[in-house]
Design a protein around this ligand. Sequence first.
Ligand code: SF4
Length: 399
Amino acid sequence: MKFYVEAYGCTLNQGETKMLAEKMVCQGHIEVDDPLEADTAVIGTCVVIKKTEERMKRRIQELKECCDDIIVTGCLATIGGKELKRAYPGLTLVDAGEVNMSFEPEHSLFGTVPISTGCVGTCTYCITKLARGCLRSHDKESIKRRFESLLQKGVKEVRITCQDTASYGLDIDTNLIDLMKELDSYSGEHRIRLGMMNPNTALPIKEELMECMNDSHFYRFLHLPLQSGSNGVLKRMKREYTVGQWMDLIREVKKSIPDITISTDVIPGFPGETKEDFKRTVSILEEVKPDIVNITRFSPRPGTKAMDMVDNIHSREKKRRSKILTDLHAENSKKKNDEFVGINTNILVLEKGKNDTMMGRMNNYKVVVIDDNRHDLLGDWVEVKITDASGVYLSGTIN
Ligand code: SF4
């Protein structure tokens, strides 16, 4: 059987969909790049905001028109499974988090290892919690076996992912630090990207986390959502940390690893967010200047507690606040990246860029585009001189 795969949403969702495809290849099925050539389409769905959910349903309809069978996995499979089955009786559902670990990856420079599904949080705006439920960590042996299988297939960037990496193992009497130490013990030129973690679960392990990140295979990169610069809004979001705790964590992380890349998330327009609350979010971003800021306007999701709150921020105002944060971040990230111009550094070349260029990552996960199109550089570390910077990436030449 020929099958076609599409995956959307977070790294976890994409990683699980990838593993599902790997298992189908192991069963002798053939993956094709065009749905028109496929008997079956596999789609890894995301429902984080309303617009995305609607887009998933449209895409399933489109794929149904060119493929006999559809396999739907990811959060829509769990959140909207009944409705999908009514619309497409023959459709196959694979619930979010129910894809078993695969140990037969394909040759690639990138690989993903889902380490758990579900989480320990109860954030009032979050529909993912409804899809993936409470924390279920994968056992360390299967995680290590997947990790090894990826390294054996030449993977150079391994993405460790779940909804909250810092909560890993809390349900199976182990923890992220133990796992990081074991994964770091594999020799090689590869790098490991640690996925998103919540400040409240990261705080208890912050010192060990910094130790594990220094001089290791882990990129010097941390993704720590803030969501709002107002404690009042964080309380109504049930985020279980304060702005002060997030700031302290960032401060200590930067003291321990000065060139670390910080990524964060903010949700402007949460119900009841006053102009004062929003100003606080702006001032926090002005002060901290995270390298990456993912901005998502609040969108009430069915079944969440925030759905029952009065969504009193007009969509125009949500747009205005989102634009202010986007412009602020663009200005800050350009200024920060300018500081790298003129340095010599090493990058891991990982993919083709546009216009005869190649792209790589520094040890702090910064993207560097080099004016060289030699494909034999893929997977190698090269020394480069940073010659220019934009708000999103650095440019360089090989020394
Ligand atoms: S936002 Fe909160 S509830 Fe949703 S997955 Fe993250 S920690 Fe869990």
